[in-house]
Each structure stands twice: as structure tokens, then as C-alpha cells.
Design a protein around this ligand. Sequence first.
Ligand SMILES: [Zn+2]
Length: 204
Amino acid sequence: MVAMVDGDIISKDHKKAEKAIKQTRNAVVKRLCINAKIDYPYAWWQGSEAADKIEFVDKFLGTLISVISGSKVRAHDHELEFIRYRVPQIVAIFGPKPTDMTADDIDSQGNWHFGEGDHEKISLLGSTLPVPSDIRSKDQPTKQEVIAMADAQLSLDNCPGCNGDIPFGSIILITEFAHLFPANCCDNMIWFNQDAETDLEGLE
Ligand SMILES: [Zn+2]
């Protein structure tokens, strides 16, 4: 099984065709993630958008050919196509997803730390979050932009998740129609419909 990324040939062979395909797909994703400077997403082929991801990756793959073990790879036999892609496209498909976010990953400045490294963070202010359907009315968008932040200690008496004190530095993220309290005390993402919340003291 061979694939081509940016004109470079990736070749994997295995006794079992399905393994060869899987190894080649993984190698393509690894290469694309290096180019896009994002971490290789472990088990990228699982989850809700898996079929779309596999379909995208398979564009880079040539036709499967059975060969005698150890024989030379002849790339042109595999009918490879030169696939053009853009880095933002790779980040959107394989990059960190806000749905993976947990309260522990959100700091008091409203940054989401999606990885271990210092640079692996995104400011949530201005980014768009999927809002759970149970706190949205039907006419409100499924994804909403974070337009402001508030100090959670000034806004809430107790954590609605664990009933404990609101930890120092906790924030509330405010979208047009909803509020999100990332509760560091119990690592819960607690959403409110905006009507349920009052007296939010803006941080900025
Ligand atoms: Zn709590």
C-alpha cells in the first residue's frame, strides 16, 4: 500500500491488506499533522467524524496491490494522485476539538490547554463552542462565540456541580445565549441558559 503526501511516497506493506491500509492511513495522518504542527491525534479513526476523516485520508492513498514480500515499490503502479490541501484544513480535521475540552484544561485567563506544552493553548474568548442542546432553545445556534468572561466567584455562591465553594480564579464564559462555568472543583463543564443567570461581573 502506498500513499503520497506533498509528492513524497509513503509505503507500508503487511501480510494482511487491512493492516497495510491502516498503517498507510496512520502514516499519512502523522505526516499531515507534522506539516500542520499539531499533535498526532491518537485513535483519530474513532469517534463521530471518523468516516469523514478516513474519506479525506484515503484521497492520499493509491490502489492496493499485492506484492511479493520485499519487492521494490513501484509508485506509478498504485495510481497515486497529487492531493492539494491547506494547513487550516488539517488543523480543522485532526486538531483538538472543543468537545474534548474539560474544566481542568481551562485556566483563569480563559485559555484552553489542549496539550502539555506551553504553546498548546487557545484563548476561548472569541472562539466558538458547541452549546449542549438541553440548555439551548431551538432558535439559538448550536455553536456560539464566547463574547465575554466573568469572575465565577462574584457570580455564583456555590458550584452547581459539587455544591462546594467556587475556587479562586474560576471564570464563566459568556456567549450570546449561554454561560459556561468550567468547574475546576469537580471538573465539570456546567452550562446555563443565559436567562438562568444574573449579576455577572465582567472581567473585561
Ligand atoms: Zn464543583
